[in-house]
Design a protein around this ligand. Sequence first.
Ligand SMILES: Cc1cc2nc3c(=O)[nH]c(=O)nc-3n(C[C@H](O)[C@H](O)[C@H](O)COP(=O)(O)O)c2cc1C
Length: 173
Amino acid sequence: MAVGIYFATTTGKTEDIAERLHGMLGGAESPKDLADVSDVAELSSLDGIICGIPTWNTGADSERSGTAWDSMLEDIGGLSLSGKKVAIFGLGDSSTYTENFCDAMEELHSYFVKAGATMVGYVSKDSYTFEESKSVVGDSFCGLPLDEDSESDMTDERLEKWSQQLQQEIPGL
Ligand SMILES: Cc1cc2nc3c(=O)[nH]c(=O)nc-3n(C[C@H](O)[C@H](O)[C@H](O)COP(=O)(O)O)c2cc1C
């Protein structure tokens, strides 16, 4: 089973988390910067995909990340990912951007759903303080929100818990 980690970043925080996650997940391949990926069709060769996405385009309905993910969304939606497990983590700031906390996760989530992927890695919103987030789907976050700006002291615990969850949900980890 092959599991890939893909991230995009503007100031390096999402890359740092991707590296930390890789260290915790024995079975995943080394993280790849999406900016170096010319064709997202390579995702189809994997059994599991873990994606890291920051939110920069505050309040936007589309292209919420402001990174390389934005221009790949349509292509991702056109893939055939039935039977693949996909998990998303997002970087944001729940204090300064409390009405748009980690909004970009949900946009990416919606395109992977369109591609037929099985979405995993959902997280309860209980331990977070924020006003609004487009990434709350049903009663949970559609991935793992992380806040290195205002709550970095909680990141270790959140990552540890999520990596254990993924090891249950994605075969091969
Ligand atoms: C101009 C600007 C806009 C931002 N907009 C949002 C936002 O809407 N929602 C959010 O949760 N975080 C927002 N952030 C916080 C970033 O997402 C956060 O700093 C993140 O860790 C950056 O990740 P990166 O270093 O991988 O690019 C914004 C930050 C800046 C400077």
